[in-house]
Design a protein around this ligand. Structure first.
Ligand code: NAD
Length: 347
């Protein structure tokens, strides 16, 4: 029998201070709302973006604009915190991480300073958002992938730039626990998507980009879609609500201290299938134009959920069709707002 999984509500007082970094962005913005909706009264949300550019602003949350690659800002950020969720990073979809390796690598400064400041401030728990890009790329050369299990990160051959930064930061988390006793928790996210995610501008990921292209094609009448690579690359996509619940359970699981764990869906699809799904939702059929020279990442990647099922008796389970429909509708609304000259998420 599994014990009931613990969450923040079980271990924190409602007025304990929760610090969330990267909160002007997609996942940490949603996490801020998640904890706020659970009745936590002291949440400090931080991002380097100016406040008007945050994807979500939550009433009653202390929202600070600070660059967390500076140590002194990290010290201020974690002052009085019970728990720290570090999700700040310079990141984007394949189009961004394959061409901005320096920016991705420099995110190491954020975790290095945040974890040291958290240790010195005596926080109870520290969460780090790692990525499937930390896995050995040599295991991801075939679209018919064997799903990646946690031990597949070593021997290491991570995605250049972004993946190596994640792997090194994971090691920081593990050694701060082993040598200094700071309780750390590490989740390897696999392609998180949903409303309030980046949907245009160059940092968006495949689900949002494809929804936007379908919406655009319908709107303009140019019934064509450009697909990066040959469309046979495979991936799994995890809906944001599953990600939030997963973060909460992973952070409060005693068996998962300093132990990286997959947080992703195991529903594998090709990019071509993802396009078909978006077309179905949009009620349109488009001519496909393939760009073999566009960034396409590894050939195939899926999340092996054996470990998370064994520890939490749970895994992300929102069907892609359901999550993509919600994402599509949200992007459609944003698209129409932008067209009407109204403010949209990401202005
Ligand atoms: P996002 O880009 O929407 O959010 C990241 C936020 O961090 C941004 O708002 C950015 O302004 C902020 N940031 C960057 N540098 C900063 C700095 N120096 N100081 C303060 N803030 C800074 O990305 P996201 O999708 O919400 O990702 C959140 C975390 O999850 C990141 O660590 C990312 O690497 C990780 N992750 C995400 C995915 C995914 O599919 N979205 C997959 C794997 C890992």
């Amino acid at each position: 029998m599994f014990q009931q999984n613990k969450t923040a509500t079980d271990v924190l007082r409602k007025d304990d201070l929760i610090v969330i970094t990267g909160a002007g962005g997609f996942i940490a913005g949603a996490l801020t709302r998640y904890f706020h909706d659970q009745g936590f009264t002291r949440i400090r949300a931080i991002d380097r973006k100016p406040l008007p550019e945050w994807y979500q602003r939550v009433d009653g949350v202390e929202s600070l604009c600070m660059d967390l690659s500076e140590y002194s800002n990290c010290v201020r950020a974690v002052e009085g915190a019970a728990e720290v969720y570090n999700l700040a990073a310079d990141m984007g979809g394949m189009g961004f991480i394959e061409t901005h390796r320096v920016e991705c690598l420099r995110s190491i400064l954020i975790n290095t300073h945040m974890i040291e400041a958290s240790y010195r401030a005596g926080v109870q728990r520290y969460f780090f958002s790692s990525s499937a890009c930390a896995y050995n790329t040599l295991l991801q050369q075939d679209p018919n992938v064997t799903a990646l299990k946690e031990s597949d990160a070593y021997p290491a051959m991570a995605e250049r730039g972004y993946g190596w930064e994640k792997l090194m930061s994971e090691m920081f988390c593990q050694e701060y626990w082993a040598e200094r006793g700071l309780e750390t928790h590490i989740a390897r996210f696999h392609n998180i998507y949903g409303p309030f995610g980046t949907w245009f501008g160059g940092r968006e990921k495949a689900p949002a980009a494809i929804c936007r292209k379908v919406i655009e094609a319908k709107d303009t009448g140019n019934l064509e879609i450009e697909i990066w690579g040959d469309g046979n690359q495979t991936r799994s996509f995890c809906y944001i609500d599953d990600c939030l619940v997963g973060i909460d359970m992973i952070m409060h699981c005693d068996q998962l201290i300093a132990t990286p764990i997959n947080l992703g869906s195991s529903e594998l699809v090709s990019i071509n299938q993802l396009v078909s799904l978006a077309e179905e939702i949009g009620g349109v059929k488009l001519a496909r134009r393939y760009d073999p020279n566009a960034p396409k990442g590894v050939a195939g990647r899926n999340s092996d959920n054996t470990f998370i099922r064994s520890v939490l008796n749970w895994e992300p389970n929102t069907p892609l069709r359901v999550g993509l429909e919600k994402t599509y509708r949200w992007i459609e609304e944003q698209y129409q707002r932008r067209k009407a000259g109204k403010q949209v998420v990401h202005d």
